[in-house]
Design a protein. Sequence first.
Length: 365
Amino acid sequence: MNTRGSNPESGTLGASNPEYVIGRVRSRRASLFADEDYRKLVRMGPSEIARFMEESEYEREINELGARFSGVDLIEYALNRNLAKHFQDLLDWSEGRLYALISRYLRKFDVWNVKTIFRGIYTDTDPEEIRTDLIRAGELDDRTVDRLLEVDTIEDAIEVLDRTVYYEPLTEAYEEFEETGALVPLENALDREFYERLLEDVSPGPGQEPREGPEAKYIEFLQAEIDFLNARNALRLSRSGADLDPAAYYIEGGVLFDESELSRLVGNYDELVDHIAENKRYGDRLSGALDRLRGADSLIQFEHALDAALLEYSDTLSSIYPVSVSAVLAYILAKEREVENIRAIARGREVGLSESEIEEELVIL
């Protein structure tokens, strides 16, 4: 990861430059695929999708990778390389406090990559197939990621991470993984470590006044991510059938649930949505998203509706303070959504899903 601008841990060195960065971000966001583009793509095969991407801002990646890959592999490698490039650009543009906030948030891709590798090991997936899903936009260096791809067991993968902040929480969660055979304890340990550290970095210390202005909205955005992650995990646990206590997988820092509320709402879909709607912070701003939540009749539709709700919420926060890190986070989410939608379309076409089945896999606002 780029280290220009400041020490990511200090977050105070150097002057921020939000006006410049937000101007660049607005230009990038204007080039993202529109919903109409996704509707075109669902009617195309993988080779046609690659050609469509070649005529967009993915041209460089498609051309550079086209000699080595084809079909869905070409699309996925191009998507992930483009995503990493765009997020590295954010760091290259940013200075001071803004750089620190963005770099910390991009550690989410370290969590993504470790989860992806764990799932691959768990399902005995070929390492090269796992590699196509990795997004190298976090702080874990390539050598560590490559070493993770070389091991055969999750226990060995945890040992590879022995010099990272994830080692201790994963070691503590490993015993429960062995007892249950479910990846949930390990995945939750990663999420918890990421979000708790992220909030610690920006929360006021003892005796300090609460944050105000743009940084307060940054904290509000992180709280929303935690709230929606807790909601997603609650339903996943209830659907898994595993004998797991939802409260044990509760991530602190949100405003929507406490541990007891989360346990009570597990398995009761209608009550869960009502609980979100009754919260003034979300209910007043997410009427359209809540309608989608109420209309979801499967876990995957609920998860996509949550993703759409978070996108809508991030745009709301960024409109309150247009020149702030909130606008950058809203762009990061929107870019992730584009990549995930294109990937879902390509994979769906490859395995012969119908257009309507593929559209159910997309996050469209």
